[in-house]
Design a protein around this ligand. Structure first.
Ligand code: PMP
Length: 442
């Protein structure tokens, strides 16, 4: 450790900060501290370069330290630091929405700003209910999610979310869940698995049980992320779309992870050729530099809610102080410029086959029971250590960090989602580090 880094560590009093989604005591006893970042790499407080295997938290799609974004934010803050978006406007919010609309899935070009993925989810769920109410179907309030889904931590998001630890202990909205699509027959499938599209028919069962007239929306991550990277079986999303259409149920894609190029297209909706009615985004929208999210609404939903209305009548009683924050819009515009100028979505598509090959090359490492991938996402599922679920996954997290790579773990599933700037050599390095670590896990 160099002197400056040592000094920083010595000076850091860790007691006050209550860390999110972290085993606080354990972490503070043996912290992993990141002090700077550039391109594909973090630097740790002991001066090591750590390859970013997760694009931060699935969000730094253009890589770290992008000076163009910093300059755009600085310029915006000195021009117009803040302006309200309720009954007032500022140009950059409209400019950014127009740019987002240009890369949106077909017809999904009405943009509502929020500050995070969780807010995007709660907003989209409220929009779905508001849509039905505006059309005289106010009884459609039931929401449907999936097992193992992650939709953030707002009350709406945990209600439709399917990760038990996040839901237990809290009051929830009325919601139901359909099964997830993981199927043992799909183990080690490359890309979209073959089996399981029929699980979409679970929705028909809920319709039979509750009546379509009570169901407002179904929300799914096109590729489940935080639950352990679960690509949908071939035909699954198409089937879900068809069932929703048949019963007048809105389909929401939560693209907080899959948005902004993760699969090699602007959004997963384009990758799969399935267009939802509402789409939630965040993370890569600003390359994670300034907190922001956006809900992309179809004209159908937008027009029904916005309607005609009397003079001064507010149509949608919803919004945040920082909706369309000028600094976030500036960061977002600069981020889109980078994605386009550097062809990063195309790079993700070009790297995806190498990524698949490199990760599936780990098939024979000890304890590996499944490897899944699509676009620049992947998961390596490990057999749990007997009597200690998640211990092996946690050990993988600690050991990969020591070996110079960041991963996310969901229990015993090691998840990867590198920045879209990754090159072939770095893909190889990710696999090499993982092989070294997996070989020696307890
Ligand atoms: N939805 C999905 C699919 C996510 O992956 C996440 C975050 N990982 C969220 C919602 C919540 O986003 P945030 O943490 O910005 O609230």
């Amino acid at each position: 450790m160099d002197d400056a880094a040592q000094d920083l560590t010595n000076r850091t009093d860790m007691t006050a900060y209550w860390m999110p989604f972290t085993a606080n005591r354990q972490f503070k006893a043996a912290p992993r501290m990141l002090v700077s970042a550039s391109g594909m790499y973090y630097r740790s407080d002991d001066g090591r370069e750590i390859l970013d295997g997760t694009a931060g938290l699935w969000c730094v799609n253009a890589g770290h330290g992008r000076s163009e974004i910093a300059a755009a934010v600085q310029h915006q803050l000195m021009t117009l630091d803040y302006a309200p978006s309720f009954q007032m406007g500022h140009p950059i919010a409209f400019d950014f929405a127009a740019r987002l609309a240009r890369i949106a899935p077909p017809g999904l070009d009405r943009i509502f700003y929020v500050n995070s993925g969780s807010e995007a989810v709660d907003t989209a769920l409220k929009m779905a209910i508001a849509y039905h109410r505006a059309r005289g179907e106010g009884q459609r309030v039931r929401l449907v999610g999936r097992e193992r889904a992650y939709h953030g931590v707002g009350f709406g998001g945990i209600s439709v979310g399917g990760l038990v630890n996040n839901r237990r202990s809290y009051p929830l909205l009325t919601s139901d869940h359909i099964r997830h699509t993981q199927d043992p027959r799909n183990a080690f499938a490359r890309g979209l698995p073959l089996h399981g599209a029929e699980r979409a028919d679970d929705l028909e069962q809920l319709v039979a049980l509750h009546g379509a007239e009570t169901i407002a929306a179904v929300i799914v991550e096109p590729v489940a992320g935080a639950g352990g990277v679960l690509p949908p079986p071939q035909g699954y999303l198409e089937r879900l779309r068809a069932i929703c259409d048949k019963h007048g149920i809105l389909l929401i894609f939560d693209e907080v992870i899959t948005g902004f190029g993760r699969l090699g297209t602007p959004f997963a909706a384009q990758f799969f050729g399935v267009t939802p009615d509402l789409m939630t985004t965040a993370k890569g929208i600003t390359n994670a530099t300034v907190p922001m999210g956006a809900v992309f609404a179809s004209r159908k939903v937008h027009d029904a809610v916005v309607g005609g209305g009397a003079e001064g009548a507010v149509e949608f009683f919803h919004g945040y102080t920082y909706s369309g924050h000028p600094a976030a819009c500036a960061a977002g515009l600069a981020t889109l410029d980078i994605y386009e100028r550097e062809g990063l979505f195309a790079n993700a598509a070009a790297m995806a086959p190498l990524w698949e090959e490199a990760l599936h090359g780990l098939k024979d490492a000890p304890n590996v029971v499944d490897i899944r991938n699509v676009g620049l996402m992947a998961a390596i599922e490990l057999a749990p250590r007997p009597g200690a679920p998640a211990a092996r996954g946690y050990q993988a997290l600690v050991k990969t960090f020591e070996a110079g790579l960041t991963v996310r773990v969901a229990g015993d599933i090691v998840c990867l989602s590198p920045p879209l700037i990754i090159n072939a050599e770095q893909v190889g390095r990710v696999a090499e580090i993982l092989r070294g670590v997996l070989t020696y896990l307890d």
